[in-house]
Structures are given as structure tokens and as C-alpha cells.
Ligand binder design. Structure first.
Ligand code: HEC
Length: 189
């Protein structure tokens, strides 16, 4: 009897410790993901309003991967932007865990959760070891519509360069508030 109680206590303690660990990692991930998204949103807004949609391409194409690369090097975590409908398959394609959770984000949004609050955090075991995984949804903002919105919202000049540079582009047809993708963090443990 005593043994069973002890076992249950130990099991509960380890569940609690694990939950604490996850929420600590989640806070730390959010502290990296939020400024990244804020800076990108602001840079995009500034570029679209100052130079117009054509000159803003650099924010998503150059600044975002560069910032993600710097943050990955500094933290030792893999930080990327992923989506279920990508423009750049090399950088944007979601892996199995990300696909499953992006779909879950869609389902949660459909049930009324606000896209800007959608997050998931989990410790996963893979062949090469354990890691902490985190994703935060990226809702489409007004300043994104000129390049990711419906066909009629995208200026002809942008359409022409997208067709040329990304002939397999899937990342259009979004409206404001829809989930464009997510920032994803994978932290080896
Ligand atoms: C001026 C055009 C333009 C604007 C405005 C723009 N994007 Fe992009 N976006 C792109 C291009 C081009 C890529 C592909 C970048 C690459 O080659 O890696 C891209 C890629 C992405 C990706 C990576 C996944 C994928 O599809 O490859 C995300 C996420 C994304 N954009 C979100 C946003 C959000 C959110 C906004 C608004 C804050 C925004 N974009 C505004 C042009 C734009």
C-alpha cells in the first residue's frame, strides 16, 4: 500500500516538474518569438508605406530569414517560419509535428480562439534525442495583403514578380486575421 502511494506521489511530482519545465521553456520561447514577429511586422509596415509593395519584398525574403538565422545561432535553437501553404518551400515547409499543430490551430481558430493567442508547446522524443518544441501562430495583418491576399488585392507589378520568382507560390488568398503560418522553435534538450 505504502509503495503504491509513494509511486503515485513520485509520478505526480514528475508530471508537475515536467509541466513546470514546459511552461518555463514556453515563456523563454515566447520571449524570443514575440520581438521577432513584432520587428518583422513593423519593418513590413514601414516598407509598404514608404517604398510601396514592390520594395517591401525584402522584409519577408531577406530580413526574416536573416533574423531567424541570427536568433538560431545565438540561442542554439532552430527558429523558422512555417506554413501549410508556402511561397518558399525550402524555408517554409512544415514538418509532421508542425503540420499537425498548424491544423490544430486552424481548428481552434474555427472554434473561436483568437489567432494571435494560439500557441503550442511540447517536449518530443525523436531518434536523435529530446527537444522542446514551440509554435506561435502568425495572423495575417493588413500590411501583408498586397503580397499574400486575394488575387484582386495584389498589385499587378507584385503579381508579375511573384509569378517570375515563385512560380509554385501557394501563399496567396489569405484575408486579414487568417493564420498565415507560425513561428516555430525547436530547442534541443
Ligand atoms: C512585398 C511582399 C510581401 C509582403 C508585404 C509580405 N510578404 Fe510574406 N512573403 C513574401 C515573399 C516573397 C516570401 C517568400 C520569402 C522567401 O523566399 O523565403 C514570403 C514568405 C512569408 C512567410 C514564410 C512562409 C512561406 O510562405 O514561404 C511567411 C510566414 C510570411 N511571408 C508572412 C507574412 C506576413 C505575416 C506578412 C505581413 C506582416 C507578410 N508576409 C508580408 C512577400 C511578402
Amino acid at each position: 500500500m505504502k509503495k503504491i502511494t509513494l509511486f503515485v506521489l513520485l509520478a505526480l511530482t514528475s508530471v508537475a516538474a515536467c509541466a513546470d519545465e514546459i511552461s518555463q521553456y514556453q515563456d523563454e520561447s515566447r520571449a524570443v518569438a514575440m520581438p521577432f514577429l513584432k520587428k518583422l511586422g513593423a519593418a513590413n509596415q514601414k516598407a509598404v508605406s514608404e517604398g510601396g509593395p514592390d520594395s517591401a519584398t525584402g522584409v519577408c525574403r531577406d530580413i526574416a530569414p536573416q533574423m531567424a538565422g541570427e536568433l538560431s545561432r545565438q540561442t542554439g535553437w532552430k527558429l523558422t517560419r512555417v506554413s501549410l501553404k508556402v511561397r518558399n518551400p525550402l524555408l517554409g515547409t512544415a514538418d509532421a509535428w508542425e503540420q499537425k499543430n498548424l491544423q490544430a490551430f486552424e481548428a481552434r481558430a474555427a472554434k473561436g480562439e483568437k489567432p494571435e493567442t494560439l500557441e503550442v508547446a511540447e517536449i518530443v522524443q525523436e531518434p536523435a534525442g529530446k527537444s522542446f518544441r514551440f509554435m506561435k501562430a502568425i495572423p495575417l495583418q493588413q500590411g501583408c495583403v498586397v503580397c499574400h491576399g486575394a488575387t484582386e488585392q495584389i498589385p499587378d507589378s507584385v503579381k508579375a514578380s511573384l509569378t517570375k520568382e515563385y512560380p509554385h507560390d501557394q501563399a496567396t488568398g489569405y484575408s486579414v486575421g487568417q493564420i498565415r503560418g507560425a513561428v516555430s522553435i525547436k530547442r534541443p534538450l
